[in-house]
Write a protein that binds this ligand. Structure first.
Ligand code: PMP
Length: 367
């Protein structure tokens, strides 16, 4: 009999499934990489900002370790958001912040609350520390905050709330989130995952970073992979009172954010023009995609992110079937059967011509 290594709760983990890389689809389907359109990973279709590219080129010497405390990047975040450096944790992607939170606050057997149809990393981070998942049924594809409050048990140490949510794109108004924070027991840490917050319309925006002064159990998590176009560099950050921040700092890797990512992030944070262009392109693309879905009489979930969840059939094979038909035409989107949504696909909003290509391929696939 072979030896079983590691605890049961690690062996029970189903590894994260990302969007298929372009090179893999080209190989598998015998396609030209240059013609493939990838709308699968909620990346920025404009690519990285030129300002960030220049800043990376200026990194003096990658033979040296990065600044392990990220002094200059934290200073840029302080200037932008008015929070002191001892409230900021830098992460190797915001994914790092989510995992650090699970490691810092959850012991084996303790519970973590999150919503059905929320980001796949919440169950992964919970399982990796031997935590118990309390998954709360979604309401209209989004978070049911009252039910999430009710789900909190005596041993609950962490709640994940994504706003906007991935993969559904649903949004909860700021007042409702704050009302929720007021009612969460103070010993339960709330990770407010705002990876897509920069795509919110001015009317939707709310001051979550300001809330950290009132709620010592709040950790706001932000990503630079989306509107800032730095997904490949892996950079995100968490903002919380020093109590939480200090704990995350104790367990993070000493050099968890590399020199290039730090330099690029400083440039991107200052690049208001790029952010505005990205948000405008996203709004235009959202209209383009949802108009096509309306014409095709396909149900979709109204989204506040840079992606749209669309129902492509009534049977549980529909998502996989249409996904395969799209792949054969060189279009990569994200099947979401692993989220319990086998009739749906998640489409990242692309450039206008990419959206056009996707819509044509979708029509073919549905025919
Ligand atoms: N949170 C949510 C809700 C996400 O959708 C993602 C990216 N898919 C992340 C966090 C992690 O993004 P990153 O690690 O690239 O910052």
């Amino acid at each position: 009999m072979s030896i079983q290594f590691g605890p049961d709760y690690i062996r029970a983990i189903a590894p994260y499934q990302g969007g298929k890389p372009i090179s893999e689809v080209a190989r598998e389907f015998g396609l030209d990489e240059a013609k493939i359109v990838k709308l699968a990973s909620n990346e920025n279709p404009l690519g990285m900002p030129e300002s960030a590219r220049k800043a990376m080129a200026d990194v003096a010497d990658a033979g040296r370790y990065p600044d392990g405390n990220g002094f200059e990047l934290k200073a840029a975040l302080t200037a932008k958001y008015g929070v002191p450096a001892d409230c900021i944790t830098l992460g190797n992607g915001s994914n790092d912040i989510l995992e650090l939170a699970a490691h810092a606050f959850v012991q084996p057997g303790q519970s973590v609350v999150y919503a059905q149809y929320s980001f796949a990393v919440y169950p992964l981070a919970t399982q990796a520390v031997g935590g118990r998942s309390l998954v709360v049924a979604a309401k209209d594809f989004g978070h049911d905050l009252d039910a999430m409050l009710d789900a909190i048990e005596d041993d609950t140490r962490l709640v994940f709330v994504a706003n906007p949510n991935n993969p559904t794109g649903t949004f909860i108004p700021g007042e409702e989130i704050e009302a929720f924070l007021r009612r969460v027991p103070p010993e339960v840490v709330v990770v407010l995952d705002e990876a897509y917050t920069e795509f919110l319309s001015p009317r939707q925006q709310y001051d979550s970073i300001g809330w950290i002064h009132r709620y010592p159990n709040l950790l706001v998590s932000r990503s630079m992979s989306k509107v800032y176009g730095l997904a490949g560099l892996r950079i995100g950050y968490g903002i919380a009172q020093p109590g939480i921040t200090d704990l995350l700092n104790r367990i993070r890797q000493p050099f968890n954010v590399n020199s290039f990512a730090q330099a690029a992030a400083i440039a991107a944070l200052a690049d208001d023009d790029f952010v505005a262009r990205s948000a405008k392109m996203n709004a235009d693309g959202y209209r383009q995609l949802t108009q096509a879905f309306d014409e095709l009489k396909l149900q979709y979930v109204p989204s506040s992110g840079n992606f749209v969840l669309v129902k492509v059939g009534d049977d549980d094979g529909a998502g996989a079937r249409i996904n395969l038909a799209l792949l054969k035409q060189g279009i990569i989107v994200r099947p979401v059967g692993n989220y319990g949504l086998p009739q749906w696909l998640r489409i990242t909003i692309g450039l206008e011509h990419e959206n056009t290509q996707f819509i044509a391929a979708l029509k073919n696939a549905l025919a």
